[in-house]
Design a protein around this ligand. Structure first.
Ligand SMILES: [Zn+2]
Length: 321
């Protein structure tokens, strides 16, 4: 049996998994990233955690087929260099070379990729889009992340900064986005955007049940508030959810019209709403997709791997090269 290592390097935590040939995580651990201390220390901790987990599993180094690292930002898989990742302070950083030295693992056994892209690869390998050769994943969290898998390959673009699905404009001149543009998909379909829309409805509608649920305190509005009040029959909350899913359908229809994937996977915090999200989304999509009969060929599924998607995608990347 051969094993691979998947590393998900995030702004808060470094998560590592030892993954078997069937892409099951047999051992997992994490340590804080502490991004302020600089990239070399982060790489040292990554390698130490990998070695510790391998030792705990009793796996010798020669049984390690490869290691993959999911990293935020612009990641060049050919040179092994992270060109730019602002949240962990990496700038033209030779991640593969240094990780190779720390691990004592040949550089050609180490693969790196963008974290959102590798989460999509993870779902395509062992999650909601398993068994497909084309899939798109969107993650509805603080922002909107995404990844595109076409013919089994991660779509990265010519300079590895492609597939920024959250920064496609769906409302020209609309709400400001963190990227500097206005009207991005992310500015309407992230959890942050849902919270903002919920707060606006909370302020505008004194009768809404959402006020009672939050003790009258608008700062207690969260990503679940509107869905929870809608389930209790609150009209204002239903309108918020309907508007939110309308924007989500707009962006998702764009992606389906461009890529027509076999499966579109929805992950991130808001995906926890399950059918309350997916059923109305499909209904709206049937009116928005480009097709002769309004029949949605793409299956819409909730992501299955949660926080493990990056680890499994990173491990899968070592095998796909
Ligand atoms: Zn944007």
């Amino acid at each position: 049996m051969k094993y691979s290592i998947g590393v998900d390097l995030g702004g808060t935590n470094i998560a590592v998994g030892v993954v078997d040939e069937a892409y099951a995580i047999i051992k997992k651990g994490s340590v804080p990233t502490l991004a302020q201390r600089g990239p070399e220390s982060i790489v040292r901790d990554m390698a130490q955690l990998c070695k510790k987990l391998l030792a705990e599993c009793g796996i010798p180094e020669e049984a390690v087929a490869g290691a993959g690292i999911a990293c935020p930002g612009t990641v060049n898989p050919k040179s092994g260099i992270v060109e730019y990742a602002n949240n962990i302070k990496f700038l033209d950083f030779p991640l593969v070379r240094l990780f190779s030295e720390e691990m004592g693992l040949a550089a050609d056994k180490i693969a790196i990729g963008n974290d959102a892209n590798l989460a999509a690869l993870g779902e395509a390998t062992a999650g909601a889009a398993k068994g497909t050769s084309s899939s798109v994943m969107i993650t509805l969290g603080t922002g909107v992340g995404g990844g595109v898998i076409l013919d089994g390959k991660v779509l990265t673009g010519c300079a590895y900064g492609g597939a920024e699905l959250g920064h496609m404009v769906i409302e020209y001149g609309g709400r400001p986005c963190t990227c500097g543009r206005h009207g991005c998909f992310e500015a309407y379909s992230s959890a942050t955007a849902l919270i903002q829309m919920t707060k606006e409805a909370f302020e505008a509608h004194p009768e809404t049940l959402m006020r009672e649920m939050c003790g009258g305190d608008v700062s207690r509005v969260g990503g679940k508030t509107a869905f929870a009040a809608m389930k209790k029959g609150d009209r204002t909350a239903s309108q918020v959810v309907d508007a939110y899913i309308g924007y989500l359908a707009c962006g998702t229809a764009n992606l389906i019209n461009i890529f027509q994937p076999e499966v579109l996977t929805v992950g991130g915090g808001i995906s926890g709403e399950g059918d309350y999200l997916i059923v109305p989304l499909k209904e709206k999509l049937s009116h928005e997709i480009y097709s002769k009969d309004g029949v949605l060929k793409t299956e819409i599924r909730i992501a299955e791997l949660g926080n493990d998607a990056g680890i499994i995608g990173a491990a899968a990347l070592t095998a796909s090269r």
